[in-house]
Design a protein around this ligand. Structure first.
Ligand code: SPD
Length: 428
């Protein structure tokens, strides 16, 4: 696959040098978030549909903020990118994304129009009451934030509350997603559980809460969590869990699906839970940034990603759940091993009792205790500053020992070499 990426990048450079930018499609997506074999298939499909050549240049990022900064500050000419909900909201507010023109795609291959999930459509509607995000973005994958836990070391009861990330029993074996918004939400929900139960505040209100008091409360809580943290991870947490190095991981449901399957192969038993206090439900969606240079190919690419067989392959490869509402997608996930659940909220009335992995598709009761994150505008800086204060002095005792040893070694080398110099001088 590396070979393919290098070739794609080289071809893109050549094509852009020769002025054929309209034959290049620059896609910027999360890492581990696609079955990369669909990329050359897209090129062939695009040629068949339009008669035009296209070369996909595929790049990846680990956190939303890296991607956003490349577009916001760098004005990079990506044609398609895949931000999360609150970043789509921010990009919409800043006029950074172009409206989508799906009417330009012939009806028989218009997979977007034919495979919408009512649930996803409404979630996109909820991003911004003033602008319908469905006109600017197409949902790709979705899920929840929760706890992946090693069932050989941790009980479901222990994992069923966010307090587990501060449980001394698991100190040194706790992994936290390096995603400030996805950690802030759950911790604030945990800290405000009394007010939530008493109806003094709603989950939705908490997702907008960037007050200094709440930021300070979350910061202080996270500083208490920090001594037990094995790592703040963008993508390696799932792997650490499968190897049994971590036993608790604050993570996304898609990483959980991947980790549970991989771990089972090596005899490690993992499970995933959305803690009882509540959490965030999230989605990532395709958008065309305003600096895009190939809007036509970008539009076709987004459409191709909505073709049910392509959506299924991307799901199977990554563990994440497609936002595609096609019945073929549901059918591909049916497995009698699981209890029947009601997924009519996602697939419509005929899915009211289906045997599907509940980590992939949670039932409505789980969704009802989750809320969507929202853009905080300028207050985002306060969150990022808090996050680096929390993580900033996170050097483990091992780091300090290594630094101390390095300092001693440096001192020994310096003193030896000055002794040698003195010795040489005295001989002269
Ligand atoms: N490895 C790809 C992970 C993408 C998950 N996106 C989740 C975003 C939650 N805000």
């Amino acid at each position: 696959m590396k070979k393919f990426l290098i070739l794609a990048a080289l071809s893109a450079v050549l094509l852009s040098c020769s002025g054929n930018r309209d034959q290049v499609l620059k896609v910027y997506n999360w890492s581990d978030y696609i079955d990369e074999s669909v990329l050359p298939e897209f090129e062939a499909w695009y040629k068949a549909q339009t008669g035009e050549d296209i070369k996909v240049v595929y790049q990846t990022f680990d956190v939303n903020e890296t991607m956003l900064s490349k577009i916001e500050k760098g004005h990079e000419d990506y044609d398609v990118v895949c931000p999360s909900d609150y970043i789509i909201e921010r990009m919409l507010n800043e006029g950074l994304i172009l409206p989508l023109d799906f009417a330009s795609i012939p009806d028989e291959i218009n997979y977007i129009a034919h495979n919408r999930s009512p649930f996803m459509h409404q979630m996109f509607r909820d991003i911004n009451p003033a602008i319908d995000a469905n006109d600017y973005s197409v949902p790709y994958m979705w899920g929840t934030s929760g706890i992946i836990y090693n069932t050989q070391k941790v009980t479901a009861e222990e994992a069923g509350t966010w307090d587990i990330i501060r449980n001394p029993k698991f100190a040194g074996q706790i992994l936290i997603k390096d995603a400030p918004r996805d950690v802030y939400g759950p911790v604030l929900i945990y800290l405000k559980q009394k007010e939530l139960k008493e109806g003094k505040v709603t989950l939705q209100e908490l997702m907008h809460d960037s007050s200094d008091a709440s930021l300070a409360a979350v910061e202080s809580y996270l500083k208490g969590v920090k001594p037990g943290v094995l790592g703040w991870e963008a993508d390696f947490g799932k792997d650490q869990m499968t190897k049994g190095r971590g036993v608790v991981s604050l993570n996304w449901s898609g990483d959980a699906v991947w980790a549970i399957e991989e771990a089972a192969e090596v005899g490690v038993s993992l499970d995933y839970i959305v803690p009882e206090e509540g959490s965030n439900v999230w989605f990532d969606g395709w958008v065309i940034p305003k600096y895009a240079k190939n809007v036509k190919a970008a539009t076709y690419f987004i459409d191709f990603m909505c073709r049910p067989d392509i959506a299924i392959r991307n799901m199977d490869e990554t563990g994440y759940v497609s936002a595609n509402g096609a019945i073929e997608v549901l059918e591909s996930q049916i497995d009698e091993e699981y209890d029947a659940i009601d997924l009519s909220y996602f697939f419509g009335a005929e899915a009211d009792s289906v045997h599907v992995n509940p980590v992939l598709y949670p039932d409505k009761a789980v969704i009802d205790r989750c809320a969507l994150e929202h853009d905080w505008g300028k207050d985002t800086d306060k969150l990022l500053a808090m996050w680096s204060r929390v993580k900033g002095d996170n050097a483990s005792s091992m780091t300090y020992i290594i630094l101390a040893l390095a300092a001693v070694l440096a001192a020994v080398i310096v003193s030896k070499s000055s002794k040698k110099r003195r010795h040489r001088k005295s001989r002269r």
